[in-house]
Design a protein around this ligand. Structure first.
Ligand code: ZN
Length: 162
């Protein structure tokens, strides 16, 4: 099996069986992200305890890339410290949005399977949907946040990436 097929299988497995797909009754923060360009929606709940992400709940609909990326994200940050989750967010954004050629595989692990998305400009927002929700949920820990990627993210490939 070649690497691309292997990566595709991992992505499809997350899409079909999203991890941490549950609602958290004792969530401490919640953020919803929508990507109208594709119809993706992600609701992310976090249970934060001190500086640690104790539990994560994910609910979403949308394309395989958006849902697989969100599912892998929940596995990557569950049980992690807030700082470590932010480091993963930064590195994932660097890989997918900025197209970094050599992302840190120690930080990203299975998320490396999504590296090819950086070349598919229309899908960058799909891959970022769950992560944008994570960013918002970590930033404003007690609020519910609604994000619309069409207005909160620069157009991929249009230059001026932050
Ligand atoms: Zn999508």
């Amino acid at each position: 099996m070649d690497l691309k097929a292997f990566y595709r299988d991992i992505i499809l497995d997350h899409y079909r069986r999203p991890r941490n797909a549950k609602s958290l009754p004792d969530a401490t923060s919640e953020a919803r992200c929508k990507n109208p360009a594709c119809g993706d929606r992600v609701t992310l709940q976090l249970k934060l305890s001190g500086d640690r992400i104790e539990d994560v709940g994910l609910q979403g609909v949308g394309c395989a890339i958006s849902q697989a990326s969100a599912s892998m994200m929940t596995e990557a940050v569950k049980g992690a410290s807030v700082d470590s989750a932010r480091a993963k967010l930064r590195e994932f954004r660097r890989m997918v949005v900025e197209g970094a050629e050599t992302p840190d595989s120690d930080v990203l692990g299975e998320l490396l399977t999504l590296q090819g998305v950086s070349k598919l400009h229309a899908r960058v927002k799909c891959a970022m949907c769950g992560w944008s929700a994570l960013d918002a949920a970590l930033e404003r820990r007690t609020e519910e946040v609604d994000l619309d990627l069409d207005s909160s993210m620069p157009e991929a490939g249009a230059g001026g990436n932050v």
